[in-house]
Design a binder for this molecule. Structure first.
Ligand SMILES: Nc1ncnc2c1ncn2[C@@H]1O[C@H](COP(=O)(O)OP(=O)(O)OP(=O)(O)O)[C@@H](O)[C@H]1O
Length: 323
């Protein structure tokens, strides 16, 4: 199996004006396989986009890194050095949260395709148009309806699909989709998830999907990683996370959403995850965790693997003593 992305003890922080580093990603190790849909799920501020931006190569200049990040066979982060020259926009691309913002409001869609194709592959207008038609067709749009339009003339769903087609125009094999469904209604959300699945199958893409919505995650992803306060707290196959979630935080995410065909009382979860700079001693979830023990308030648990299911929680760690 080919690894598309490998992070080893990766730390990513932002330097503030006083030169303090606020760590948004804290010691993450993950392996994303080629042609899988891997989902990063968690509440706002847990570091999902920071990790996604590191994979795409769009961290701001004042970001600080430690550890390693590899994209296919290229080391893109080695401790505090970043090397994105060969991959940014070529091997990896981003489907952004808000397509309206990603599309240039002053150019028609065909001009935007020409810009990408010409700057990356020096295509002329005719060939660029031909390729654009193909890609728009793949994402389920009628090229004739879209090519001469400005972004504001398209519906939200059409803008999203156009943004996906433009992202694919780079020829990238890894796509980071950051909250791709957040601006869409339920029907369009489902259609978009199906489209991502189809693109993975038809174009052999590797997709890293970032979402706060655990249900969207389970709809199309092969594996799910749950993030909390800059760390992965649980990672396993989608089936396993639905049938046997281990971490109390993952259970809380599931308790808060309705599941089709299952009658249950929805529980809203209290409190908020800590922000960088507000990290507490011990497990970062301990303040909100109904199962917190003394050790949870003392020491942060390492992630351990139990039959291919990774979890960072003292309930499952022998050192913690309960199970
Ligand atoms: N460019 C930046 N400069 C400074 N701090 C940042 C920057 N981007 C993110 N952060 C901070 O890093 C932390 C993690 O943010 P990040 O956007 O990665 O989380 P997230 O889980 O994707 O949340 P959201 O869904 O709200 O985007 C937050 O506290 C955020 O304020």
């Amino acid at each position: 199996m080919v690894l598309a992305v490998k992070a080893e003890n990766l730390w990513i922080g932002y330097m503030d004006e006083e030169e303090n580093i606020l760590w948004a990603v804290r010691g993450i190790s993950i392996e994303v396989l080629e042609r899988e849909i891997y989902c990063l799920v968690g509440e706002s501020g847990c570091g999902k986009s920071t990790l996604g931006n590191a994979i795409v190569g769009i961290l701001p200049p004042y970001s600080v890194t430690k550890g390693r990040l590899r994209v296919f066979n290229r080391e893109v982060i080695v401790e505090d050095e970043k090397h994105y020259e060969e991959i940014r926009g070529k091997l990896v691309t981003l489907i952004p949260q808000n397509p309206g913002k990603a599309l240039n409001p002053y150019l028609t869609i065909s001009e935007q395709f020409y810009y990408v194709f010409n700057s990356l592959y020096e295509l002329n207008k005719e060939n660029s148009l031909k390729k654009a038609r193909e890609l728009l067709g793949i994402v389920g749009l009628d090229p004739e309806q879209v090519l001469d339009s400005y972004p504001h003339e398209l519906s939200g769903g059409m803008q999203q699909r156009t943004a996906i087609a433009l992202a694919l125009a780079t020829g990238a094999k890894i796509v980071v989709a950051d909250e791709p469904t957040s601006a869409l209604d339920a029907n369009l959300r489902l259609q978009l998830l199906k489209l991502l699945l189809r693109l993975k199958n038809e174009l052999g893409l590797t997709i890293i999907m970032i979402t706060h919505d655990i249900l969207s995650a389970t709809r199309i992803c092969d594996r799910v990683a749950v993030m909390y306060a800059g760390k992965i707290v649980e990672e396993t196959s989608t089936r396993e996370i639905i049938e046997n979630p281990l971490h109390p935080y993952t259970k809380m995410l599931f308790d808060a959403v309705p599941i089709l065909g299952v009658k249950k009382k929805l529980v809203s979860y209290l409190g908020e995850p800590p922000r960088p700079g507000e990290y507490i001693k011990g497990c970062q979830f301990s303040k909100r965790c109904p199962k917190a023990m003394d050790i949870c308030r003392e020491k942060e648990p390492e992630i351990i693997e139990i039959n291919g299911h990774r979890v960072a929680c003292w309930l499952y760690n022998v050192e913690g003593g309960e199970k």
